[in-house]
Design a protein around this ligand. Structure first.
Ligand code: HXC
Length: 510
């Protein structure tokens, strides 16, 4: 018996060493943690239960039968984050560059299947040279199996990808189909084809970092939701994000104990909106003043900054926030901001997370760049996402809500449950100056008349009362009481149950 136990321990120790001390040292020298160290930091102490530690590949080509490392380059299993269950895979770059063989892929598939069966999220830590070159099509087939599970799990359990090393070629499409992607600055990259292929095909000279580093994907492409300084920070932030999310699409997000009075009055909000309608102010100030303990978890913070997306808690319950940001492009809607917000709204809706929308939007951005880029289709994504969302929807218009953007942003007409406005709200087809230039074009040469027309339009529409008279706004509220009003609104909607008619799936304008 003792011999068997000794063999077990020796085989375990061998598997835990991955690709050997030299490669572990090289991994550390690059500022990267090993696959197992990452799992240790991600999960609660001692909670990790590993599967398939002794699995080896079955390839016999190119001398591969001579090297059969236990675990085959990926550590898989389950554990807990603050006591809640999660399935994890973590690719081990020290073993054959974390490359994906048929067996490596089947280990990932096993935990994805278990996650769906048991209703728990999947967190994938990616650090891999891609398809195991020696295995050819077997490796590609393995990727295909993972992709199919990403799709099946989408909207069933939350999926989070942490990119902590190379992620190239078709391999990028597995993270791309997950709900959130975090990257690490200077040590992770994602691209469909690397710099050498780019040079050959397009003659462009670009570094891996420029082509697919964390900065590129958080600022330019919006492929990644956030970038962090190092592995430790990214893993700690993944734990924080996880705490906002439900385990699956049939459960509510966790309720955190809160120590912040839901009826807290914020007198400073009464003066948040400047008296000049063209002066910007920081919408994040409002979000933070509404949130329990001022805690706002922003996503896609570096992309399309004219719209803000992220999570807060009200009375301990997770709420998704979408807010126009008057500080950037006056909070206008455009292709990027519409895409960003639409994806976030859809995430919230599939996982039953209520949505708070804070509105100060002058409309859609005009111009050929936008039209040629398909702003019609991209804007429609946001419209569609809000209209199909059946989760509780509460909106607050702080200032401008003009034109199509008024309708799109969770208006009453798209089944907003509570539509509040501050007294400073202006709900109209467009701003008074633009309106005057169109409907009183004949008087444009006469400054006095034009000023009078503009004033008339302002008097008529630069307020929330016309919309309130029609019931499009449920109540005009004091800015200082917004936290209380919004928290009570969401509390009253906890039993909301609205279904869309049966359909196979909708046809959102992609
Ligand atoms: C097998 C691989 C491998 C791979 C790396 N290794 N990638 N083994 N298949 N795809 C091995 C190396 O042989 C080496 O083994 C160890 O991993 C570390 O690799 P290095 O090259 O020494 O590391 P580094 O200099 O850091 O470079 C990392 C790298 C590079 C940039 C990822 O290894 C690389 O370019 N690899 C190939 C990438 C690639 O073309 N993959 C296929 C992409 S297409 P030793 O024994 O020396 O430690 C794809 C299709 C997916 O993935 C399709 C899905 C549908």
């Amino acid at each position: 018996m003792n011999d068997i136990l000794t063999e077990l321990e020796s085989r375990r120790a061998d598997a835990r060493l991955g690709g050997g001390q030299k490669r572990v040292d090289a991994q550390h020298a690059r500022g990267k943690l090993t696959a197992r160290e990452r799992i240790e930091l991600l999960l609660d102490d001692g909670s990790f239960e590993e599967f398939d530690m002794f699995v080896t590949h079955r390839c016999t080509d190119f001398g591969m039968e001579q090297q059969k490392p236990a675990g085959d380059g990926v550590v898989t299993g389950w554990g807990t984050i603050n006591g809640r269950m999660v399935y994890v895979f973590s690719q081990d770059f020290t073993v054959l560059g974390g490359s994906v063989s048929a067996t490596h892929a089947s280990k990932i598939c096993k935990i994805m299947d278990m996650a769906m069966d048991n209703g728990a999220p999947v967190i994938g830590i990616n650090d891999s040279g891609g398809a195991r070159i020696q295995e050819g099509v077997d490796s590609l087939a393995g990727y295909g199996e993972v992709f199919q599970r990403n799709i099946k799990a989408s909207g069933v359990v939350p999926q989070i990808s942490l990119i902590m090393g190379p992620c190239a070629g078709g391999a990028v499409y597995s993270p791309a189909m997950t709900d959130f992607i975090f990257m690490v600055k200077d040590s992770s990259y994602m691209f469909v084809t690397g710099p050498d292929v780019v040079k050959t095909v397009t003659n462009e000279q670009v570094t891996a970092e420029e082509l697919g580093g964390a900065t590129t994907h958080t600022r330019k492409s919006s492929v990644a939701d956030a970038a962090f300084e190092n592995d430790v920070e990214a893993l700690a932030e993944a734990r924080r994000l996880f705490d906002f999310l439900p385990l699956n699409n049939r459960q509510k997000p966790p309720v955190r104990p809160f120590f912040d009075d839901p009826a807290r009055s914020e007198t400073s909000l009464d003066t948040l909106v400047p008296s000049n309608p063209n002066t910007p102010y920081d919408m994040k100030e409002l979000i933070e003043k509404l949130a329990d303990e001022g805690d706002f978890y922003e996503l896609q913070a570096e992309f399309a900054k004219n719209i803000i997306t992220g999570f807060i808690r009200l009375e301990g319950q997770t709420v998704g926030v979408v807010a126009n940001q008057p500080m950037v492009l006056a909070g206008v809607l455009d292709i990027d901001s519409a895409r960003k917000a639409a994806r976030f709204v859809r995430f919230c809706d599939c996982f039953d997370i209520p949505i708070l929308t804070l509105i100060d939007v002058p409309g859609f951005l005009p111009g050929t760049t936008q039209e040629y880029g398909g702003v019609i289709k991209h804007g429609a994504k946001l419209l569609f996402a809000y209209g199909e969302a059946t989760v509780p929807k509460v909106t607050v218009i702080t200032r401008k809500a003009y034109g199509g953007a008024y309708v799109v942003m969770s208006s009453k007409h798209l089944r907003g449950d509570f539509n509040y406005a501050w007294p400073t709200a202006e709900i109209a087809v467009m701003g008074a100056k633009g309106a005057t230039e169109i409907i009183h074009r004949a008087d444009l040469g006469d400054a006095e008349k034009t000023a009078q027309h503009t004033k008339n339009y302002e008097d008529r529409f630069a307020n929330p009362f016309v919309a309130a008279e029609r019931g499009f706004i449920d109540e005009v509220i004091q800015p200082r009481s917004t936290r209380k009003r919004v928290a009570r609104a969401f509390a009253s909607l906890r039993t909301k149950n609205v279904q869309m008619p049966w359909k196979k799936h909708d046809n959102i304008p992609l």
